[in-house]
Design a protein around this ligand. Structure first.
Ligand code: PBG
Length: 292
């Protein structure tokens, strides 16, 4: 929010929040480096947050304005991916609507459908339902098709674990303080359970997902390898904020060698079966790849 600002995120050195007018700074760089897609995440002002996440449906919200700005300037030179979930917009910080401390699965779907249609309307190329609960992929696919958005793809956060590694991201989007000590373990998956990921992936594919995310990355390579072997569909590894922060801390202390470590990790994702990798190191990796 605001004009001409670039804000630091203390737990993610080198990652910043940008105001819309400064987005071209990073999108230019991404295009030059042949990064195929950028993911947009908003930090909504607290005054705009409420129990129902109403701001998610405001056509002038940050994500919508950012999509319009990028598409206006760059057309289809780069893809845009957006999360479909309510956590950047709810006062309680959860991904869905809640009542008496229970997440309301079906009621949330209605809002997510409208959020998806809005983002598709603005020009988003890939929608990523990130609350990973039941039935939204199918419902969103049907709504997109009905509205003529047949080419908008769905990247399902199918295997998303309830993980401590999301901490820095929650700080970055300002959902951490709202969430407080409450976790998301009633709707994200139990790290001890590998079979459930296969079940969740099968459901999302049956509902029409074009590709599936396995998340976090490094600690869940076994899940990635299983998913690729069992389903053979496009699998996306998501190296999340906590992994990034952990590595940066080691690099800053001189405990790990930056370039070699990042490269090794990328190779490991590919070895395990990743067709695509989402990572905060993307600009750096693109540079290394070009040099080699
Ligand atoms: C929100 C969302 C999260 C991430 C992506 N989308 C956090 C969460 O589920 O609490 C994590 C990204 C990261 O840690 O880099 N639905």
């Amino acid at each position: 929010e605001g004009f001409n600002k670039r804000q630091e995120i203390s737990s993610m050195p080198g990652v910043f929040r940008y105001t819309i007018n400064r987005l071209s700074q990073i999108v230019d760089r991404a295009i030059k480096k042949k990064i195929p897609m950028v993911a947009l995440f908003p930090k909504t002002q607290n005054v705009r947050k409420d129990e129902l996440g109403t701001e998610s449906l405001n056509e002038k919200n940050l994500v919508c304005s950012a999509i319009i700005e990028i598409k206006k300037k760059y057309k289809n030179q780069i893809g845009i991916m957006c999360d479909v979930a309510l956590d950047p917009y709810t006062s309680h910080g959860h991904d869905g609507l809640i009542k008496s401390n229970i997440i309301l699965n079906d009621e949330t779907i209605e809002v997510l459908i409208n959020q998806s249609l809005l983002q598709a309307e603005m020009g988003c190329d890939v929608l990523a339902p990130s609350d990973m609960m039941d039935g939204r992929v199918g419902a969103i696919r049907a709504a997109l098709d009905d509205a003529g958005h047949k080419n908008v793809q769905i990247m399902a956060y199918a295997a998303k674990y309830s993980s401590s590694f999301y901490g820095p991201f929650r700080e970055a989007v300002g959902a951490g303080t709202s969430l407080g000590k409450a976790g998301k373990s009633t709707y994200q998956m139990d790290p001890a359970n590998g079979d459930e990921a296969m079940h969740e992936i099968a459901l999302d594919l049956a509902e029409g997902a074009d590709m599936v995310i396995i998340k976090p990355g490094m600690p869940y390579l076994d899940i990635l390898a299983r998913a690729k072997a069992e389903f053979g569909v496009p699998c996306v590894a998501y190296q999340v904020s906590g992994e990034y922060s952990m590595l940066c801390a080691s690099f800053e202390n001189g405990w790990l060698t930056r370039e070699r470590t990042i490269q090794e990790l990328m190779i490991c994702f590919k070895r395990a079966g990743a067709d695509a990798i989402m990572t905060y190191f993307a600009p750096e990796i693109a540079k290394m790849l070009r040099q080699s």
